[in-house]
Design a protein around this ligand. Structure first.
Ligand code: ADP
Length: 635
């Protein structure tokens, strides 16, 4: 049969494997055992719903066989096996999740490092082998197939025979040299050690015939000196207790970390591990992880949330979405429960009462762990919040604020006075006695917001302002409406709840006196503004833009910026108000022009409006006309 070439992306990985100078080559064993275990899982799962399979849990096993003479190590399983087509598809190309993530992350990273960090699957066999043979017979088929390759120039698939279903992976180990030792993988004690180290939790027995030595019967007495004889014994190498069933006290950080990296394809240790067991209304073990970094596709549609779901130790679903609310979709991990029926269908699962119970308890658990992180390890929480805070804020906003109570204490915003992220609880605890509202201001960056004229008066009076920089922020606060009975209020709002009555009256009076002037300016600006008036929120700055009504200027920006959300020409617009500082010389100039040169006043109104847009970070309609007008003034 003609040799087939590996697919391009596989080639690169293969080259790395073959020429690997990586020192932890030993992980190949972990990878192949894990594949074998997956293959058994598949068949076992089928046996639960399909009586004709006729296999019991105890019938499954993974076996290591060493042939020192021929320098081969064979890893066998009696799992689902592969047909010729599956051999072609599965081993001819990098197909699966782990490898894909590898490819993606690999672009910016050192090749070698990555290999050790997480699964690279079947190809890792080539780190230690000069030739690999896979003999596989799919369950239910009479035919078996033989896949062979020495890596470099492709592979062949031919028909073969095999006594029973499953897969044998036969590794022809590389010759040892002075620098490299491959013989260790022929030593049963070394293999035993490696299984203990990497694959102890595998839930099927990993067996191997081992040479042992014992006292010969009848020797070792006073009359006959001790004589020893060797014998072979079939030994189960792994304890088969999955890590999540072990006691926390038995486990080290490294145990958790390597389990997480291997299982969830991350090259970094998790930021937080949540390991919990519960008994009572629902009995389950959960092992949850919060990643240290945002997965590259997290904020995209491709991201799939979910936890692995095991029923009494058997994997029944790889990504059970119903176990996690959207706002905690960043959590990875697994749940193992004995209360779930093993042969429940996916459709049934969605309505399962036990599953709902578990999901509810996990949600509480995740929240309380996050709160305690916030309280006890602020730095860590901030790192978490940087990655996933956005998701929490979406969570508050979604479903009409239904989850506000649950999430509000996990939120953080940048504070003008503390100059760091603060919680709403902290803000409220610092509120002044007469303070009615929780103030916030929006913009692209905290530095930009800090310069906004609208914040001036509040800052001067010593009020704390939350600076909102994410698109969702203001929507999130609007959805919450209040926190601890304190309403949220934008610094651009008409009523900041702080004007002393007398001052207020004065401004009202002045506004009234200059009614004609402001009407003239408003008419000059047309539909672009709903009002022009004097401001009480400005101290030194001449002008600013504010909004009447529910839609703020920042919300307008966000809504119009959403791709496809608003058809062109139908953009939403906040009711913009041009506010003028009565103490600023520009006001006197405007009143003078109103009497002397109304035409000039028109162009001044235009200029001021455009300047206010610039401050808000909004585009001006005609930048050329604007600069020309400024230059005319300068000339
Ligand atoms: P991954 O394990 O990340 O999917 P691998 O390269 O290790 O990637 O394996 C590719 C695919 O080959 C697996 O997804 C599986 O379908 C198949 N496979 C590998 N080993 C076995 C095996 N022992 N029995 C059955 N199928 C296997």
């Amino acid at each position: 049969m003609a040799k087939k070439e590996f697919k391009a992306e596989s080639r690169r990985l293969l080259d790395m494997m073959i020429n690997s100078i990586y020192t932890h080559r030993e992980i190949f064993l972990r990878e192949l055992i894990s594949n074998a275990s997956d293959a058994i899982d598949k068949l076992y799962y089928r046996s639960l719903t399909d009586e004709t399979v006729g296999m019991n849990r105890d019938d499954f096993c993974i076996r290591l066989t060493v042939d020192k003479e021929n320098r081969t190590l064979t890893i066998s399983d009696n799992g689902c096996g592969m047909s010729d087509e599956e051999l072609e598809n599965n081993l001819g190309t990098i197909a699966q999740s782990g490898s894909l993530a590898f490819k993606k992350d690999n672009e910016s990273k050192e090749d070698i490092d990555i290999i050790g960090q997480f699964g690279v699957g079947f190809y890792s066999a080539f780190m230690v082998s000069s030739h690999v043979t896979v003999i596989s017979r799919p369950f239910g088929s009479e035919k078996a197939w033989r896949w062979e390759s020495d890596g470099a120039d492709g592979y062949t698939i031919t028909e073969d025979t095999k006594a029973s279903h499953g897969t044998d992976i036969i590794l022809q180990l590389k010759e040892s040299s002075e620098e490299e030792n491959y013989d260790e993988f022929l030593e049963s004690y070394r293999l035993q050690q490696l299984v203990k180290k990497y694959s102890d939790y595998i839930r099927y027995p990993i067996k191997m015939m081992m040479e042992r030595s014992r006292l010969k019967e009848g020797t070792g007495t006073e009359e006959t000196p001790a004589e020893y004889e060797s014998y072979t014994e079939d030994v189960t190498l792994n304890s088969m207790v999955p890590i999540w069933k072990k006691n926390k006290s038995e486990l080290t950080d490294e145990d958790y970390n390597s389990f997480y990296r291997e299982k969830f394809f991350d090259y970094e240790a998790p930021l937080k591990v949540i390991h919990s067991s519960t008994e009572g209304a629902s009995t389950y073990n959960a092992l949850l992880f919060i990643p240290a970094r945002t997965p590259y596709d997290f904020y995209s549609r491709d991201y799939e949330k979910g936890l692995q779901l095991y029923a009494s130790g058997v994997l029944i679903m790889d990504k059970c979405a119903d176990l996690l609310p959207d706002y905690f979709s960043f959590v990875k991990g697994l749940v193992d429960s004995q209360d779930l029926s093993l042969n429940i269908s996916r459709e049934m699962l969605q309505h399962d009462r036990q599953l709902k119970l578990i999901a509810g308890r996990l949600e509480k658990k995740i929240k309380s762990e996050l709160l305690s992180m916030l309280k006890n390890d602020r730095e860590k929480y901030e790192a978490f919040y940087k990655n996933f805070g956005l998701q929490l804020k979406y969570g508050v906003y979604s479903e009409y604020g239904a989850h506000k109570e649950l999430l509000q204490d996990l939120l953080m915003f940048y504070s003008s006075t503390e100059q760091k992220l603060v919680t709403l609880e902290e803000y409220v605890s610092r509120m002044k006695e007469d303070q009615k509202f929780i103030y916030y201001a929006c913009g692209d960056t905290t530095a930009h917001i800090d310069r906004l004229p609208q914040t001036e008066r509040l800052k001067e009076m010593g009020y704390e302002i939350l600076y909102l920089t994410d698109d969702v922020d203001e929507f999130c606060l609007k959805m919450m409406m209040n926190y601890s009975e304190k309403e949220f209020r934008s610094v651009s709002d008409k009523d900041l709840g702080l004007e002393e009555p007398q001052e207020n009256e004065e401004i009202q009076k002045k506004n009234e006196e200059n009614k004609e002037l402001f009407r003239f300016m408003k008419d000059a600006l047309g539909d672009r503004v709903t009002d022009v008036r004097l401001s009480s929120r400005l101290k030194s700055h001449p002008i600013c833009l504010s909004a009447d009504g529910g839609l703020s200027i920042e919300m307008e920006k966000v809504l119009n910026g959403m791709p496809g959300a608003v058809p062109d020409g139908q953009k939403v617009q906040a009711q913009r108000v041009l506010e003028i500082n009565p103490e600023h010389p520009i006001f006197a100039r405007l009143t003078a022009l109103f009497a002397e040169d109304p035409e000039k006043l028109k162009s001044y109104a235009e200029l001021l409006y455009n300047q206010a847009l610039l401050i808000e970070g909004l585009p001006i309609e005609d930048p050329v006309a604007f600069t020309n007008a400024v230059c005319d003034l300068m000339a």
